[in-house]
Write a new protein. Sequence first.
Lengths: 146, 432
Amino acid sequence: MTLQQFLQQDHRACDDLFAVAEQAASGGDLALAKDGFERFRQAVLRHFAAEEGMLFPAFEDATGMRMGPTQVMRMEHEQMRAMMNAAAAALAGGDREGFLGQVDSLLITMQQHNMKEENVLYPMCDQHLAAAPALLERLQAALREG
Amino acid sequence: MQALLAFEQGPPVAVPARFFLTAPLYLVLAGVLLAFEGQAVFASRWTPAALALTHLLTLGFMLQIMLGALIQILPVVAGAHLPQPRLLAAVVHPALNLGVLSLALGFLQGASTWMYAAAVFLVIALGVFIAASGWALWRVPSTSPSIRGLKIALLALLITVVSGVYMLLALAGGWPLVLDRVANLHAGWGLGGWTAILLAAVAYVVVPMFQLTPGYPARLAWWFPRLVFLALLLWSVGALVGVEWLVTVARVLLVLTTGGFVIATLLLQKKRRRARVDVTFRYWQFALYAVLAALTMALAEGVWPALGEFKAWPLLLGLLVVLGGDVAFITGMLYKIVPFLLWFDLQNRSAIGQPPPAMNRLLAEVEAEYQLYLFYLAGGGLLAAWIWPAAMVIPAGVLIVLTGAGLFLNLVRACWRYRGFRLQAVVNGERA
């Protein structure tokens, strides 16, 4: 399995959790939405942490590109963390419309972010980090928790 | 490749916004024209009123939004950097609008002065746009089916413009010309080539993104633009040298290819993981089924050519493709693009850790829903007017005016709210 295949799979898994939470809120079940959104958020945060802690540094070491794509990805992670907090806060306050609005923009931001990673960054990682097979196993171990 | 990573490289939001805000006014104009001249519109596709109405919709509404959206997304989707996007919009937007209005007047009054004016303005608008985007696009390699599709679509636009201007000059100058043959090709390249290929190239990206569907099958995504282009080429050659069987083969190929794409999209949507049914999704569903109905009609006409002899037949086909399909698809798209671009701009202005107000505070779902219902009613009204023109053209025209005005109001209101949030950001001392 390549880094791209594995990380793309994890994106899809996060998408599924997202869809469950959004669907619950759309249907008016805020308790289920809260539970679902929390699970989604934890999964995304684990994904971000694994990338920022293992994948990006390995990429930067291998290519010497420190201010390039990984920097943009880190900034977008930061934006999405803030958006997830805002969505969770809306849900905690019982604001269904506010939550649905926040996750609508979150979804687009997340999808365009994933697209960049899957089409550009991950293929570059597979190209430059082929000599680091332990990396894939470490990522798999980190994302299998929870 | 790096270019794909930088969303910030899109032009400022005011550049595409002017196209998006002007376009709905042409739906209003089209509705007014239908209310006053509706009987002529439904008499035949060749009446001045029918030609004016067609171009108000295809150029004033559809092309306008497509050009604005392309100026915005070419750097993002294709990594193709347009030279001077602000200047480009400052030339293309007024020239296109003057061109469309002159063209409509030229048709309605049969006035050659207006037709020449239209030709000049449209050549400026589209010549500049095609040159700029062609220059930007052909410098990037076709690494995705979307980029390949955009390039092929642009070629189809060029052929549409050249054939259109040629007919316009012939009409204005009274040249002898077999208009209906060229007109069919012109419509084929414009709707089947430019519009369908462009919408497909965009759909490859946005359908999986907004609805969480699997991606389009790679073979279909790469081959659809090429097959459509090939079909149109065969059709043109057949029509120009007078080989009827080639025309028939080409049209069947065109219908089957487009039908394949529509069915693939419907199947993908069945596999979507996002169950929420929003206004964009409902507009797209409407569009897909309308196009499917139109393709069925086209196939039936291929089997029984006599059907095409009824004057009402091509009118219904055109209505289904243009209003039911393209206008609906593009409107659904606008409801995603406009709030997202405004929101994205606010996001870039706000401090880290302080996300801007949610998108639905710029444009609420329920506001878009009212406009969607008016669109459904307008669709029903048009169908009724097609059956009973004398009684129904006025109500149908009024409904189109209402749905166009509703769209205009929704978009203007979103921009107005955006301004409010922006001022608030200034007050809060954030980057403005």
